[in-house]
Design a protein around this ligand. Structure first.
Ligand code: 3PG
Length: 325
């Protein structure tokens, strides 16, 4: 019996591992497709506020269909939920637009290098505003991230101030989003990742639409005509469709992953995702890269792994302590 039980345990673990592997694979694949088509669109149709909005339109529509057809179970939500969600969605949409504006100005790889420095913002915000203390190893791991990103920034051939600051604002916004999610959304675990991200998407769209029209609306018509003249309407629509749908899919899968992995595993997974995106986009767009830029990028990424290790050490210890208690 003990043997049977052990066998069953192993089978359950293997199935869980396979499911997680599939989720990670889909997360990366969807993210690469999004990043490539998003940039293809922005290259010919530089309207990042509109393309960000369309990504959310796609997400909201996909959710409406999933709920209406009962392919995804709809869970009732109330005013308390929306009150908790409002600030989270706000920082989600700020991070999203800022990253898209960044990608409209610089190479996709550069946006993601700067975005790999998110841990620096995480530590700085938590230490400064929440009074949290970190082990020395965590602070030290930020050094290679800062040095690597600085090397990449000074040697980036596509460098542009708006592109750089867009990625930095996105970092700041996503760290605030993470802190707020932990604090405000802990009472709604029954919702699950897919429904939660669905609502984030819908609320983000409500926030973004008026600003997109106000800020960029007057340029849309002429930018559209130029883009259509350059690549044709069908191709443009198809690319926009792909970037929008895959934006939702990668986020949905990543929220689904969060249901079964720790925040730390998530952030390691997210760094690996950036490595995959950087390499794929450099290949897809044949971006010229200086040796110093490549070295800086590698140092920054190495720093994010050291950061994960340094953060994992005390957390693993507390887990053991918890189990022993
Ligand atoms: C976006 O448009 O929101 C960015 O691509 C975000 O990137 P991330 O999910 O890789 O941080």
């Amino acid at each position: 019996d003990a043997l049977e039980e052990k066998k069953e345990e192993v089978a359950v673990k293997a199935a869980g591992g396979a499911k997680l592997g599939l989720i990670f694979g889909l997360w990366y694949f969807n993210n690469v497709v999004f990043n490539i088509y998003n940039k293809k669109v922005l290259n010919v149709f530089p309207a990042p506020w509109l393309t960000s909005t369309l990504s959310l339109v796609a997400g909201s529509s996909i959710m409406a269909v999933l709920w209406a057809t009962k392919l995804q179970k709809y869970t009732e939500v109330d005013g308390k939920f929306f009150k908790a969600l409002a600030p989270v969605a706000l920082f989600h949409v700020i991070g999203h637009v800022a990253a898209t504006v960044s990608m409209s100005k610089v190479a996709v790889s550069f946006t993601h290098i700067i975005k790999s420095s998110e841990p620096v913002f995480n530590v700085a915000l938590q230490a400064l505003f929440l009074g949290q203390k970190f082990p020395a190893a965590v602070y030290l791991s930020l050094l290679p991230i800062v040095i690597g990103c600085s090397m990449a920034a000074v040697s980036e051939l596509s460098f542009n101030a708006a592109g750089f600051w867009g990625a930095m604002i996105s970092n700041l916004a996503f760290v605030v989003r993470g802190i707020l999610s932990k604090e405000k959304l802990k009472d709604f675990p029954e919702l699950g990742g897919i429904n939660l991200y669905g609502w984030i998407s819908i609320l983000s769209l409500v926030y973004l639409l008026p600003f997109a029209i106000l800020i960029e609306g007057p340029t849309w018509s002429s930018a559209w005509s130029t883009a259509v003249a350059n690549i044709g309407r069908d191709k443009l629509l198809w690319w926009i469709f792909l970037q929008s749908v895959f934006y939702h899919l990668y986020n949905q899968v990543s929220y689904q992953a969060l249901d079964s992995i720790s925040a730390l595993t998530f952030s390691i997974g997210n760094t690996m995702k950036r490595v995959v995106v950087i390499i794929s986009s450099v290949i897809a767009f044949r971006n010229p890269i200086l040796p110093m830029n490549a070295a800086g990028s590698a140092i920054a990424i190495l720093g994010t792994f050291l950061y994960s290790q340094a953060k994992a050490a005390p957390e693993a210890q507390t887990d053991v302590q918890k189990k022993e208690a």
